[in-house]
Design a protein around this ligand. Structure first.
Ligand code: NI
Length: 167
């Protein structure tokens, strides 16, 4: 178990599609454990492997006040809701900034869990937002790519709270 440094927006790893995991071996289990430790350390809601510099399709998500950590390997969005809404979003790879991003209000994701079992996860609200944000990371897309202009980014005020709740 170890805390890994979270890479920032200027790192090319964040802008490339991550590779599929072929075999869920002990190195992947260690990566997942380290990603969970890192997510807890920065008080994030979710973390994708490219954010710790590992170009693999692995995501961990933990909703605030929930004990369960959801691990998604090789995730794929199966279904989007028809409705979408503008949601305020921040990213652990861009501390201190927030932006308004249009997200589907609910999504269903297909993935493998850390035991290799095929799972489907449906999320609404913050969970839907986190799923879309993290699957974007797997595809080399960051939330600022959804903004018309970087002028739409807002600086957050509280230094201490800037990263909490980011994804
Ligand atoms: Ni992010």
């Amino acid at each position: 178990m170890a805390i890994m440094p979270v890479i920032k927006m200027d790192n090319p790893v964040l802008h490339r599609k991550a590779k599929k995991v072929r075999k869920i071996d002990s190195s992947i289990q260690k990566l997942i454990d380290d990603m969970i430790d890192t997510m807890h350390d920065v008080e994030g809601v979710g973390l994708a492997a490219p954010q710790v510099g590992v170009p693999l399709q692995v995501i961990v998500i933990q909703m605030p006040d929930e004990e369960e950590v959801i691990t998604l390997i090789n995730p794929e969005i199966l279904k989007n809701s028809e409705e979408s809404e503008m949601m305020t979003e921040g990213c652990l790879s861009l501390p201190g900034y927030r932006g308004e991003v249009k997200r589907f209000t609910s999504v269903t994701v297909k993935a493998r869990d850390r035991e290799g079992k095929l799972i489907r996860v449906r999320g609404e609200g913050l969970m839907a937002q986190a799923l879309q944000h993290e699957v974007d990371h797997i595809n080399g897309i960051v939330f600022v790519d959804h903004l018309d202009s970087m002028d739409k980014l807002e600086k957050t005020k509280e230094e201490d709270e800037e990263e909490a709740g980011s994804i």
